[in-house]
Design a protein. Structure first.
Length: 180
């Protein structure tokens, strides 16, 4: 069993230098079956994902479970996921956020609950319930990502689209830009 202090060191500790923006090589390795790529992605993104989940889930064991679920889902679905940008962070955050909300509200339809939460977010800023240090840190990190990754994150976290819907919309937009 991994000690949670080791697995989730200082969820909002300071990163030195720029936050990694390009996961392409690691995702290619993961799709090829290289488990060490998942470890590298976990090390790269676990603090952000866990920090968000900790804001959403009251119990630390639940927060750890949801965080691990997001990375396990990435590993299991890596060959089927289409990333529009170069970072898997938006996908991980959306996946963890959805799972945490399902855990917090098992009696509600996840879609109905998300729609209610997303209504609050439509103004372009994350709602007060997401105005925690964790979400502010995610916003800071997302601001450093490429436009496609930022836009996918915004469409999911603010507009309430699924990751697949957001990727389609951004891919269409990228295609339109190239066609001009």
């Amino acid at each position: 069993m991994v000690d949670s202090a080791q697995a989730f060191p200082s969820a909002w500790g300071r990163w030195s230098g720029d936050y990694p923006r390009d996961d392409t090589a690691l995702l290619d390795r993961l799709r090829a079956g290289d488990d060490s790529a998942l470890s590298a992605l976990h090390e790269r993104h676990v603090r952000v994902v866990h920090g968000i989940v900790t804001d959403l889930v009251a119990a630390q064991p639940d927060a750890e479970e949801v965080t691990h679920d997001a990375f396990l889902t990435l590993w299991r679905k890596s060959r089927r996921i289409t990333f529009v940008g170069a970072s898997c962070l938006p996908w991980l955050v959306v996946t963890a956020d959805t799972r945490a909300r399902e855990l917090a509200h098992p009696d509600r339809s996840s879609r109905r609950h998300r729609a209610a939460v997303d209504t609050l977010d439509r103004a372009g800023e994350l709602a007060d319930s997401r105005g925690s240090d964790g979400w502010r840190e995610v916003q800071r990190i997302v601001a450093t990502l490429s436009w496609p990754d930022r836009e996918v994150f915004r469409l999911c976290a603010v507009d309430g689209l699924s990751y697949r819907q957001a990727v389609r919309r951004v891919s269409d937009s990228v295609g339109d830009r190239r066609g001009r």
